[in-house]
Write a protein that binds this ligand. Structure first.
Ligand code: ADP
Ligand code: MG
Length: 497
């Protein structure tokens, strides 16, 4: 008997919580209370109120998860890849079957509108479907050593992998790291963000019910310093996948270096959306709005800079402002178009960036202030904001704000567009809107970013490798590239004649 999203939503608004949400760590195929006995609270950003408590993990809990993962390593790593794939496929099926519950919990914990959370749940299912198939396709090579020799390589799982998950896409980021790691035959310990712990726990339980052996996928909740740091520092961990901020990524890399543990870092961005004068302005304005206001701008790959040809600058900004001012703010579970930001801390960080931009005399053409749910006066909202004519070296054009703040940077020619686009410390993604095929591909060639979208921001899916250049990190998630992160190559050379 599956319940509808509406029945969970009704339960939440009438009781202030949802019954039977997970509380404990998921270790060795079971719910495990925190070693310290301590719990912490998770908040509904749409109300700014705590609604549930969960395990505050520490080094002792990490140690338990390491033990569970170590004892599961052989069985999982030696299982026939097709059998591993079948379990991942079953997990995808369960994710789809339980999608209403997962989406409601994701929306509630992160604040994002339910429609976006539903998209994320679909994305998580796609990741498991895709890597279920990829598990079968892992293969080595043979090397031409001549008649008397045999040379070949074989991918091996790297071992225990740690996954440090951010709060902006709690479920889909967990899925895009965990699915390829499992496909490769690795074991997993995931540490979700302290403000959004729930859907990673639900995912671990789904995997277990799909037939994953106990201990192969474990989730330990808690803060970064108390639960995350002991995990990435642990010498038994052979790979760390980290998605989050640049300073924390640098710390994680430093900590992993002590044990020569490999890292994959997906950090911030300040991604440009370049709009040429010949672009379809309807598509471009919708694209820009999705690029910066989806998830209230809390997306590493948000299109946070509109780099626009001066000849259409006024008209495009006008169109965008007109549409933005119709966005309906509201609690995520009320299926709003624009939700709150994830935490009070993040709200204050965003407001700080915008206040400083105002003090520097920049022109804020819409938004620029904190807001609340108009229905209740509650919640951690920041109004969709546009800052126009921002100089290339201004902090508003250089620093990642991680909120619903678009800066506009006009240009006069293609060379200047490229200079502006490439002129930050980041290099995650870029968008291009134009009807000129050659211009689009010239820009795509010359842009310093890991992924380029042409005429549809966020085009693509799990099939397309994703990751950054410069301070945006290194390594690629998604696509077949991602599986390589979780494999090490063994090569064998033999004299046989
Ligand atoms: P924010 O500052 O917005 O919380 P972070 O990049 O610090 O973003 O957080 C991303 C993830 O990294 C979260 O799961 C957080 O708990 C975790 N984290 C924070 N500090 C550390 C650390 N020193 N070691 C491992 N993980 C950490
Ligand atoms: Mg929360």
């Amino acid at each position: 008997m599956t319940r509808t999203a509406d029945s969970y939503i009704e339960e939440y608004f009438s009781s202030g919580t949802i019954a039977d949400l997970p509380r404990d760590h998921f270790i060795g195929g079971a719910w495990v209370a925190p070693a310290s006995g301590q719990m912490m609270e998770t908040f509904d950003p749409g109300k700014g109120r705590a609604y549930h408590s969960f395990a505050a993990g520490n080094a002792e809990d990490i140690e338990r998860a390491i033990k569970a993962a170590s004892s599961a390593e052989k069985e999982w790593g030696r299982m026939k890849p097709s059998a591993r794939g079948a379990i991942l496929a079953k997990a995808a099926e369960l994710i789809r079957k339980e999608s209403a519950y997962l989406a409601v919990v994701e929306s509630l914990d992160s604040g994002k509108p339910l429609g976006e959370a539903e998209g994320d749940v679909g994305g998580a299912a796609r990741a498991f479907e895709y890597y279920a198939a990829a598990a079968n396709a892992l293969q080595g090579e043979s090397f031409p050593l001549g008649h008397d020799y045999l040379g070949y390589s074989q991918p091996e799982p790297v071992g225990i992998t740690a996954h440090i998950i951010p709060w902006n896409f709690p479920l889909s980021t967990a899925a895009r790291g965990i699915a390829p790691a499992l496909a490769a035959g690795c074991t997993v310990i995931a540490k979700p963000a302290e403000t959004t712990p729930l859907t990673a726990l639900l995912l671990a339980d789904i995997l277990f019910r799909a037939g994953l052996p106990a201990g192969v996928c474990n989730v330990v909740t808690g803060t970064g310093p108390e639960a995350g740091a002991p995990l990435v520092k642990h010498r038994a961990v052979r790979h760390v996948t980290f998605t989050g901020s640049v300073p924390t990524g640098i710390n994680v890399m430093r900590e992993a270096a002590e044990n020569v543990t490999r890292v994959l870092l997906e950090l911030g961005g300040k991604s440009p959306v370049i709009v040429l004068a010949d672009a379809d302005l309807d598509a471009a304005s919708d694209g820009v709005i999705g690029a910066i206001y989806e998830n209230a701008g809390q997306i590493c790959s948000a299109g946070s800079r509109l780099v626009v040809d001066r000849r259409i600058h006024g008209e495009l900004v006008e169109r965008i402002v007109a549409k933005v001012e119709t966005l309906e703010l509201g609690h995520g579970l009320k299926r709003s178009q624009f939700g709150p930001v994830n935490s009070q801390l993040q709200l204050d960080r965003i407001a700080g960036h915008v206040d400083r931009a105002r003090e520097r005399g920049l022109s804020i053409v819409t938004g620029g202030n904190k807001a609340t749910d108009p229905a209740t006066g509650e919640g951690w909202f920041f109004a969709p904001t546009i800052i126009d004519n921002v100089p290339a070296d201004d902090p508003a054009a250089q620093e990642e704000i991680f909120g619903p703040v678009l800066v506009v940077q006009p240009f006069d020619d293609e060379a200047e567009a490229l200079d502006i686009a490439n002129g930050t410390a980041f290099g995650l993604v870029a968008g291009i809107y134009t009807s000129d095929f050659s211009a689009a591909h010239r820009l795509a060639r010359d842009i310093d970013a890991g992924q380029v979208f042409i005429n549809e921001y966020f085009a693509g899916g799990i099939e397309v490798p994703f990751g950054g250049n410069k301070h945006s990190g290194f390594g690629r998630e998604k696509g077949l590239e991602a599986v390589k992160a979780y494999c090490r190559i063994k090569s064998v050379a033999a004299r046989i004649g």
